[in-house]
Each structure stands twice: as structure tokens, then as C-alpha cells.
Design a protein around this ligand. Structure first.
Ligand SMILES: O=C(O)CCC(=O)C(=O)O
Length: 188
């Protein structure tokens, strides 16, 4: 017999999810700040993805696989960084890379593990919910049943570390409404 318990996804060790991390007022303020940023289409391995991005603090070059000092972090994002740092009890300066992403309707982020120079990944979701998915990184363990799919709500924060970072890939299914995310990463 299928019980309610069976429908609760068992998430990878090292993944933390916290709904209502920011208030509606904070979300409105962040969207105003992000609305003034100069996001550009992501070019990945020569192809233009639908989503628009800009990174601050550090820049990861997908072709050279290197990380270099990047643009200054916009002042308007500092309160969010400080809030995340206080929540995780880590220094705000350790959240060295800030990536702002805008997902137009229908856009995705494909299966990936984040780039090796980064360690902990923290994602704050704005404007709409999305379907977030994990699957094992090991191809031999990948099958339809090994995909864990669940909703990440707007105004929530998630943290990816430990096994969720090393042994699992993540992706986001096509978004139904425009979604904005602020991804914060620590350096190894
Ligand atoms: O938008 C998100 O929450 C996911 C971002 C992500 O996985 C990435 O930029 O590597």
C-alpha cells in the first residue's frame, strides 16, 4: 500500500532545504536590485543557453576550467549574502562567488555537478517555484527510478554539500514561470 511517507522524496545526504528563508519584502527588494543588473545569455561550450546570468566575486571559465577574480559583488546583494552566512554560521567572505540567473519560461539547467574549484553551493530562489532533480553522478547507477524530483519554492534556500555535491548531479526541469536564482558558492 502506498502511504504518504512513500511520496516524501529521500534526498541525498548533504542537501539541505529551507522554505521561507526570505520574506516577501526581502524578495521584492532583491528583485529590484537584480532588475538593474546586466544579465547576459549564458554561452556554454559554444552554445547559447536560454537562461541569462552574471557572476560576481569570481568567474568560472567553462572552456579553460579556471576560476579568476570577477566583478565586484553588487551592494544590494550583500544583505542576502550576510543572511545566508549567518544562517550557515560561516563567514560572509567565504561566499566568494555569486551567480545571478534568470530562467525564462521553458528554460532549464541541465544535469551537472558544479565546477571543481567550488565547494559548498547555496541557492536562493526568487519569483517562482521550480522542479529540482537529483540523479547519481555514477552513470552505472543512473536510471529512471534513481531520479529524485521535488519542488523548490520561491523564497527558499537550499544547500548542496558532501555527498549531494560529489556523488549526485542536479538539474532543473523547464520552468513554468520566470524564475530568478542567486547561487552562492564557497571556494575549495
Ligand atoms: O538556479 C538554481 O537554483 C540552480 C543553479 C545551478 O545549479 C548552477 O548554476 O549550477
Amino acid at each position: 500500500m502506498q502511504t504518504l511517507f512513500d511520496s516524501i522524496p529521500v534526498l541525498p545526504y548533504g542537501f539541505g532545504y529551507f522554505p521561507d528563508f526570505i520574506t516577501e519584502q526581502e524578495e521584492t527588494g532583491l528583485l529590484a536590485v537584480i532588475g538593474k543588473l546586466d544579465l547576459h545569455p549564458l554561452i556554454f561550450q559554444g552554445f547559447e543557453a536560454k537562461r541569462k546570468v552574471e557572476s560576481y566575486g569570481y568567474d568560472y571559465n567553462f572552456d579553460k576550467r579556471t576560476v579568476t577574480k570577477g566583478k565586484a559583488i553588487p551592494k544590494g546583494l550583500i544583505p542576502l549574502i550576510e543572511k545566508v552566512a549567518a544562517f550557515l554560521t560561516i563567514p560572509a567572505e567565504s561566499l566568494a562567488e555569486v551567480l545571478v540567473t534568470e530562467y525564462p519560461v521553458g528554460s532549464v539547467i541541465n544535469w551537472h555537478r558544479d565546477a571543481p574549484p567550488f565547494d559548498m553551493i547555496i541557492g536562493v530562489s526568487l519569483l517562482s517555484d521550480c522542479t529540482f532533480r537529483f540523479r547519481p553522478y555514477d552513470k552505472a547507477k543512473q536510471n529512471r527510478k534513481s531520479i529524485i524530483s521535488f519542488t523548490v519554492k520561491r523564497r527558499s534556500v537550499y544547500v548542496i554539500k558532501d555527498e549531494a555535491r560529489t556523488d549526485w548531479e542536479h538539474s532543473i526541469s523547464p520552468v513554468k514561470e520566470i524564475r530568478i536564482s542567486v547561487t552562492l558558492r564557497t571556494l575549495r
